[in-house]
Design a protein around this ligand. Structure first.
Ligand code: HEM
Length: 256
């Protein structure tokens, strides 16, 4: 565990965790005011969006798995590329970002230190698979970055790599602050690089769906549905990092 992390003890009572974390006060002292009702509605909306994101992640990963395996094994360069890129970006990296969201189903009960651990393990695995998938296709081609699909993929590769390195400086932000590196600044850049990398990968995926080989396998209507799923999951997943980004940047300006 990096030394800058405070290990919060696990709380057994879910209702107490909910009331104190989300509404800011212990259950007994909650006043019945309109504000907490608004908060309650917002929490329900965010939990529902989280569920929707998981449905879209499952549909995207599942359909791409079927597409990549449509001709059986062994996999050619393009199917292997699709499989690794989608599992890396839209499954593992998506779950890595979601793991830090307070409304995420599987991680909401984890201690903060374990959420961070899950985040960097998933992020490392996801980036590794996604970059490997990209390089397999790059090695398979002779002319590069001649399509919008490839160009957005290049943006995602650059930002994913930078965000990965920057993730380490965020993990050790406290230690680096001794060298006059602002902890908030390295976290802010990590968030923004991560958002751009993930969003660019989703745009690249949509251009991938638009290719004749996918359209002829999936049909036009189903391709439109898959593009909508990719758009929806990307939008839902980047909401929380955006909120964190604005909160942290407000803090940065207040401190200066
Ligand atoms: C997140 C998902 C994806 C990423 C990050 C990605 C990334 C890439 C990259 C880096 C290249 C090489 C570009 C170049 O060297 O010019 C490429 C090419 C290619 N990809 Fe993908 N890809 C993804 C999904 C897909 C999907 C779903 C298909 C489905 C058919 C697909 C089919 C192709 C094809 C046919 C090429 C060669 C033609 C071209 O460059 O446009 N990819 N992809």
């Amino acid at each position: 565990m990096p030394p800058n992390i405070v290990d919060v003890p696990f709380q057994q009572d879910p209702e107490k965790v909910y009331n104190e974390a989300e509404l800011g006060k212990p259950a007994a002292s909650q006043p019945a005011v309109a504000g907490s009702q608004d908060n309650y509605i917002l929490i329900i909306i965010q939990s529902t969006l989280n569920l929707l994101a998981h449905v879209c992640i499952g549909a995207t990963a599942g359909v791409n798995l079927l597409f990549a395996l449509r001709n059986g094994l062994p996999l050619g360069a393009t199917p292997l590329h699709v499989l690794l890129c989608v599992l890396g970006y839209q499954l593992l990296m998506a779950e890595a970002i979601l793991s830090l969201s307070p409304h995420n189903g599987w991680s909401s009960r984890l201690k903060f230190v374990d959420k961070r651990r899950a985040h960097w393990i998933l992020q490392l695995l996801g980036s590794g698979l996604a970059l490997a998938g990209c390089f397999i296709k790059i090695l398979d081609k002779n002319i590069h970055w001649d399509t919008l699909h490839g160009q957005f993929a290049l943006v995602s590769m650059v930002f994913t790599t930078v965000s990965l390195v920057n993730g380490l400086t965020s993990l050790y932000a406290y230690e680096l602050s001794k060298f006059r590196l602002s902890p908030n600044l390295s976290k802010l850049t990590h968030i923004i690089f991560g958002i751009v990398g993930f969003a660019a990968a989703s745009i690249s995926l949509c251009y991938g769906y638009d290719k004749a080989q996918f359209r002829s396998w999936a049909s036009d209507n189903f391709t439109t549905a898959m593009i909508s799923f990719a758009g929806a999951l990307t939008f839902i997943i980047i909401i929380n990092p955006f909120i964190t980004f604005f909160n942290k940047s407000r803090g940065l300006f207040k401190n200066n």
